[in-house]
Design a protein around this ligand. Structure first.
Ligand code: TYD
Length: 139
């Protein structure tokens, strides 16, 4: 995780079938995303003004989708930062291990869908920024 950068994180256009009766977006493992999906979770009923994230993962890959509404994601590899805006259900943001992320400016009613490579493990989290800097070899 110490060598990953924000350039490894990218917005992926997901396979979508459009028709007059509505759209279907399909995410199939290893077809469009570079990891096996072992967990799906979603954030919803988020109070106005709330922020989420504020941590990095050691091993976990994630694809984050604004299934409804919109939000911004700050990505930080200790050297560079960038903000990605997600506002469509047919695009997903790939976040590789070793990237600090924060979700902010979450719209009312937003649903943040997360496809993840591993089951939940608290030991995979780095929740303090100083610890993150150490893990990235930034002294
Ligand atoms: P966390 O990942 O820190 O939330 P966010 O990054 O969205 O702010 O998770 C919040 C709490 O929920 C934390 O106590 C761990 C728990 N949790 C699980 O038990 N299982 C899960 O799959 C996830 C994502 C979180």
């Amino acid at each position: 995780m110490n060598s990953t950068t924000i350039k490894d994180c990218k917005v992926i256009q997901l396979n979508t079938i459009h028709n007059r009766a509505g759209n279907i977006t399909i995410v199939e493992k290893q077809n469009e995303i570079p990891f096996n999906i072992n967990r799906i979770y979603y954030l919803y009923d988020l109070p106005g003004g709330t922020t989420r994230g504020g941590h990095a993962h050691k091993e976990l890959y994630q694809l984050i989708v604004a299934a409804s509404g919109s939000f911004n994601v700050l990505l930080d590899d200790c050297i560079s930062k960038k903000i990605v805006s997600l506002n469509r259900p047919d695009f997903g943001l790939l976040i590789v291990p070793g990237i600090w992320r924060e979700l902010f400016e979450i719209s009312s009613g937003a649903i943040c869908l997360v496809l993840a490579s591993c089951k939940y493990e608290e030991s995979d989290y780095i929740r303090d920024y100083e610890g993150f800097k150490k893990a990235k070899n930034i002294l």
